[in-house]
Design a protein around this ligand. Structure first.
Ligand SMILES: *Cc1c(COP(=O)(O)O)cnc(C)c1O
Length: 395
């Protein structure tokens, strides 16, 4: 049977893929992917902020193959070197002192939520289990992570949600202050909101949250699943803000294309969880950690990050220079960029695709651009000129 028909028959319909317009991708290299007809696309989706080093980066492929031949899986009953090396790298490059390994962003946030609840009980008493998160946020699809997600459209049909979450306005410190009570144990936000529409936090907001958490004995948790790993031009987005979280979560680009999640913690938060209280069968798997070790050693390089920051500034400046009355706003940090346009932004996606550019639309009104960090200025010029044509075609 034809593959797209077979998909429809055998895969639960959660992704809204359309046989006529959704590509079947076969191959990737660097900033490009190829479909089953051999057509090449400049990939500004990057597997949703996963392929920060582009597709099939040779050093990552090599690390995976080497480790796969040596030892693929053991369980966390035993030590393995790639896992410990990765923990050391993450701790060395961040404010964290210790990490926990899992397999996805949602799982990393689940770990943070469990840790925060335990912290609340230990520090503030049985009732201190509430976590304040932001409206328009996105923290994943498992039950607690989706409850933390401050968008009702993701809750509908799955109620009752997990108890103990409150929502406040992003970039509005007073709104967070108002949501904190004696029952609060933590605040969880994305330093740059991703799925919600690409909204960077203001420095005053994150610095204010830090102070609020210090005053109220709350854990400050940053979800860096999308904005981390060099995406914004620093290894972690919080490093733009002169604020350190007690916990941050990572996933997406950390594994260089393989699935991984991390919860990283410092201070008291790093020693709250005890043996038996949390675990993951695949968490810290040697093959995935070998890939991630290579990814981190490339992404954390100061020159690499400087270049990503410059490319982000160049891209944003070129987008802002497009003269089209339909553009409402260009927002972003580094190479995490959103362009809000009037009307149905999703119309632009297939038109860009026809011209060989992959982009993604979020919330119906914002085009999101997440190019690989290895993109060149020439690639950016190509993408911007395609976009310019498409925007004038739909004006
Ligand atoms: C993608 C994303 C998640 C969820 O990650 P999964 O690996 O899909 O579970 C969580 N938080 C943010 C900010 C994300 O962008």
């Amino acid at each position: 049977m034809e593959l797209k028909a077979l998909e429809k028959e055998t895969i639960i319909n959660t992704y809204n893929r359309q046989p006529e317009t959704t590509l079947l991708l076969e191959r990737g290299a660097g900033v490009y992917v190829w479909d089953d007809a051999g057509k090449r696309y400049l990939d500004f989706v990057s597997g949703l902020a996963v392929n920060n080093l582009g597709h099939c980066h040779p050093q990552i492929v090599e690390a995976i193959c080497r480790q796969a031949r040596q030892l693929m899986h053991t369980s966390n009953l035993y030590y393995t070197e790639p896992q410990i090396r990765l923990a050391e790298q993450l701790v060395r490059h961040s404010c964290a002192e210790k990490v926990f390994f899992c397999n996805s962003g949602a799982e990393a946030n689940e770990a943070a939520i469990k840790l925060a609840r335990k912290y609340g009980k230990v520090k503030k008493g049985q009732a201190a289990f509430e976590i304040v998160t932001a409206k328009r946020s996105f923290h994943g699809r498992t039950l607690a992570a989706v409850t933390a997600t401050g968008q009702t459209k993701y809750h509908q049909g799955f109620e009752p949600m997990v108890a103990g979450f409150r929502y406040a306005e992003f970039n509005n410190l007073q709104s967070f202050k108002d949501a904190v009570t004696e029952q609060t144990c933590a605040i969880l936000v994305e330093p740059v909101q991703g799925e919600g529409g690409v909204y960077p936090a203001t420095p005053e907001f994150l610095q204010g949250l830090r102070q609020l958490c210090d005053e109220e004995q709350l854990l400050l948790i940053f979800d860096e699943v999308q904005c981390g790993m060099g995406r914004t031009g620093k290894l972690f987005a919080y490093q733009h803000y002169n604020v350190e979280p007690d916990i941050f979560t990572l996933a997406k680009a950390l594994g260089g294309g393989l699935p991984i999640g991390v919860m990283a913690a410092k201070g008291e938060a790093a020693v709250i969880l005890q043996p038996g209280e949390h675990a993951s069968t695949f968490g810290g798997n040697p093959v995935v950690c070998a890939a991630a070790n290579t990814a981190v050693s490339i992404l954390a390089d100061a020159d690499f990050l400087k270049q990503a920051a410059e490319l982000g500034a160049y891209f944003q400046q070129k987008l802002r220079a497009i003269n089209n009355p339909n553009i409402v706003e260009v927002r972003g940090l580094g190479l995490m960029v959103g362009m809000e346009i009037k009307g149905d932004a999703a119309r632009a996606v297939p038109l860009c695709q026809d011209k060989g550019l992959l982009v993604n639309c979020i919330g119906g009104k914002t085009l999101r651009f997440l190019p690989p960090l290895i993109v060149t200025k020439a690639d950016i010029d190509t993408a911007v000129s395609i976009l310019e044509e498409v925007l004038s075609a739909i004006a």
